[in-house]
Design a protein around this ligand. Structure first.
Ligand code: FA5
Ligand code: MG
Length: 397
C-alpha cells in the first residue's frame, strides 16, 4: 500500500495513513478503452481532440515494475530509499523521508505543468511529447507532478516513485514508459543554520535581484547550504551504489520549477549519461502550497538509468522482458546483492587431447515491438561472432 516496511514488518508513518488512503494502486486489469471513453482504475474519461493515448501505452499501466518483488527496478529503488532513510534522520533517530509508490499515474494538466510553473506555451506540453487522456488529463510525464499536493498536505521530506510516460523515440536508453524517483526536502531556518553558530545571523529570505546563482527572494547563504546538502546527497548516492571511483560530473541545467538547477551525469563506457535533474525549488511553488517559512530542494531520477549502470543492463527495453533468462538473475532477497547482467553459458567442454575448451551460449533474439525475421537475426548473430572473435581471441564454431 505504498508504505515502506522495516524488515521486522512494522509499518512506518502511521500518521500519513489518511493521505495514503487517497491513492489506490491501479492494476493492469482495471484499464479498458472504448470508442469514446477510457476507463483507468475505475474512473471514466471522455476522449476529445487531445486524446492520443494508444492501447499499447494503456497496456503498460498498472505493472508497477518498481514494486514487483525481484524486479531490478524494485531492487534499485529499495537501495536508493534505504540510502535516504540512513542519511536523513530526525532527532529521535527515525528516517525523515516518507515514501509514496502507488499514486495513480493519471494526473491533471495542472498537476503535471501549471503547478510547476511550466509556461502555457512550453514545448514540454506538446501533444507530440505526451500521452493525453483528454485535454485536462494526461499520464504523468514526471513524478514532479505530485510535488505540490504533498507539500499542501504538510509533508517536508518525501519520496515519490512511479511510472512516467513520454512520447520519446525508442532506443537502447529511451522507452515511452519509464520510472522515476523524486525526492523533495523542505527546511526551516533552524534546520539550515541550526548547527552553524556563525551563521545564525543569516535569514532564509532576502529581496535581491534574481541571478544565475539564486532566486530573487533567497539569502545566498541559505542557497549555498541547500546546494551543498543536495549535491552531497546525490553524489553520495552515486558513489554509494557505483563505488567511490565512479566518474561523475555536475552540469548546469534549466527547469521551470527549480532555480538554480543541475543535472548529474556519470560515465558509462566512455559516454556521459544523465542520471537525474535537480535544483532549489522555486519559492513560488512553496508559496502556492502555503509553505512560507521554508526553502527546499528537489530531484528526479530515472530508475532505469541507475539500474542499467549498476547491473550493466545494455538495453532499457529489457526491463519489460518476461524472459526468465533476464528476470532470474535478480531473484534475491537482499537488494545489495551484486549482479552483472549476462547471457548464460549452457555448456563447457575441454577436449582431452587438444586441451582446447569450447563454450556454448544460448542467445535469445527478440525484438521488443515485432517478430524478427531469420535474416535480421543472422546479421546480428554474425556481428556478435565477429566481436567475440576479436575481443576474446576465440574461434567461432
Ligand atoms: C524531469 O523529469 C524533472 N522532473 C526532474 C526534476 C525533478 C528536476 C525535481 C528538478 C527537480 P528529465 O526530463 O531530465 O527531468 O528526467 C529526469 C531523469 O529521468 C533523467 O535524468 C533520466 O535519468 C530519466 N529519463 C528522462 N527521459 C527518459 C527516458 N525517455 N527513458 C528513460 N529515462 C529517462
Ligand atoms: Mg533531462
Amino acid at each position: 500500500m505504498g508504505l515502506q516496511r522495516f524488515t521486522s514488518g512494522t509499518v512506518r508513518y502511521q500518521s500519513h495513513w489518511n493521505a495514503i488512503q487517497l491513492f489506490r494502486r491501479i492494476s493492469t486489469s482495471t484499464v479498458t478503452c472504448s470508442d469514446n471513453k477510457i476507463n483507468i482504475g475505475g474512473k471514466e474519461y471522455e476522449k476529445d481532440h487531445m486524446t492520443n493515448i494508444t492501447p499499447r501505452i494503456l497496456s503498460h499501466i498498472g505493472w508497477n515494475l518498481h514494486s514487483r518483488k525481484y524486479h531490478p527496478l524494485c531492487h534499485i529503488r529499495q537501495r536508493i530509499v534505504n540510502y535516504m532513510y540512513d542519511r536523513f534522520l530526525n532527532p529521535r533517530g527515525n528516517p525523515l523521508f516518507s515514501v509514496f509508490d502507488s499514486i495513480n499515474p493519471v494526473v491533471t494538466v495542472d498537476q503535471n505543468f501549471d503547478s510547476l510553473l511550466i509556461p502555457k506555451d512550453h514545448i514540454s506540453r506538446k501533444k507530440s511529447d505526451n500521452y493525453y487522456v483528454n485535454q485536462n488529463t494526461l499520464l504523468r510525464a514526471h513524478t514532479s507532478a505530485h510535488q505540490t499536493e504533498f507539500m499542501k498536505m504538510g509533508l517536508d521530506n518525501f519520496i515519490v516513485v512511479g511510472d512516467v510516460y513520454r512520447r520519446d523515440e525508442i532506443d537502447s536508453s529511451h522507452y515511452p514508459v519509464f520510472h522515476q524517483l523524486e525526492g523533495v526536502r523542505l527546511c526551516t531556518e533552524k534546520e539550515v543554520y541550526g548547527n552553524h553558530q556563525d551563521m545564525k545571523k543569516y535569514k532564509l529570505f532576502e529581496n535581491v535581484e534574481r541571478t544565475a546563482e539564486r532566486q530573487g527572494v533567497h539569502h545566498i547563504e541559505a542557497v549555498m547550504y541547500l546546494e551543498k546538502d543536495l549535491k552531497n546527497c546525490l553524489a553520495g548516492l552515486a558513489t554509494h551504489l557505483f563505488g567511490k571511483d565512479v566518474e561523475y560530473r555536475w552540469v548546469d541545467a534549466y527547469f521551470p520549477f527549480t532555480h538554480p538547477s543541475w543535472e548529474l551525469e556519470v560515465k558509462i563506457e566512455d559516454a556521459w549519461i544523465e542520471l537525474l535533474g535537480c535544483g532549489i525549488i522555486e519559492q513560488e511553488i512553496l508559496a502556492n502550497a502555503a509553505v512560507n517559512d521554508k526553502i527546499g530542494w528537489a530531484f528526479g531520477l530515472g530508475l532505469e538509468r541507475w539500474a542499467m549502470k549498476l547491473y550493466s543492463i545494455p538495453d532499457i527495453r529489457l526491463f519489460w522482458s518476461r524472459d526468465s533468462g533476464f528476470l532470474s538473475q535478480f531473484q534475491f532477497e537482499d537488494p545489495t546483492t551484486s549482479v552483472t547482467y549476462k547471457v548464460s553459458l549452457i555448456d563447457s567442454f575441454t577436449h582431452p587431447k587438444t586441451k582446447r575448451t569450447s563454450h556454448c551460449y544460448r542467445i535469445v533474439y527478440r525484438h521488443m515491438e515485432r517478430p524478427l525475421s531469420q535474416k535480421e537475426v543472422n546479421v546480428i548473430h554474425k556481428k556478435i561472432e565477429e566481436l567475440a572473435a576479436e575481443r576474446f581471441k576465440v574461434t567461432i564454431r
